[in-house]
Design a protein around this ligand. Sequence first.
Ligand code: HEM
Length: 260
Amino acid sequence: MNVTYASYLKVDELISLQHCLSDGPEHDELLFITIHQVYELWFQQLLHEGSKLVHLLGENRLNQAQHTLKRMLKILKTMVNQVDILDTMTPLEFLSFRKFLSNSSGFQSYQFRELEYFLGKKDRRFMTQFKEEPEILAKLEKRLQAPSLWREFLGMLLQRGFAIPAEVIEAPIDEPTKESVELQALLLDVYRHHSDLAGLCESLVDLDEGLQEWRYRHVKMVQRTIGSKSGTGGSAGAEYLKTTLFQPLFSDLWTIRSQF
Ligand code: HEM
């Protein structure tokens, strides 16, 4: 069969996937669905690029790893900028279809949790909401049991002969990344004497900051749209989301900044 733009990209299927639930339907519901679906595609792409990054770090191919990280950063920036679109939705416009969302919420985005686990924010508590969905649980368990990006980065340093402290290497793989004073001393040395590796560290800081930026923009969007109301997912809404701000992924890379 002749491959066309529409057949290759499955455009018909794609644009039939936005099912509004409101009566009418309400004008703004399409935007709400579209933007969430676009985010899910970006989450998928970030996880896809993340797998490549891990592979490249394992093979000690620094230039290519940096290239992939750069792409991930551009995607993240795009994701942050896309919040601008949803910011055009007023509280009344959101309210016109909010009840149709029932208890569904971005809180249940399993790809977002996969991304968090990949980036070392391994919190098992988020799995409880998927207890009726074994396929999702299996995906999340796999991410929990896989080394985080930070561990893979340190693995690459180990391969290059850096003495990564045992407390870091032997820490349980399914737990969140913890800071290590010994590791920080080593990272200071990396920054002072290995500019190529320091460049990679800086890109990880960019990634970290990018995700924190997205969280901040998301909280502000939530405050604009629903104020201090609780979320459809059952949390305290913006109050809950504020507790997730300023929580770095690679905290050693932030702590060392006051030690130079
Ligand atoms: C009008 C737009 C939006 C509102 C009012 C909103 C509201 C909320 C609220 C209140 C929560 C806290 C959980 C809850 O109780 O529901 C939440 C969590 C979340 N939302 Fe949104 N959201 C919006 C748009 C988006 C978009 C476009 C995305 C992109 C995928 C998204 C992704 C998430 C994620 C991943 C969480 C979990 C965050 C965490 O636990 O750290 N949200 N949202």
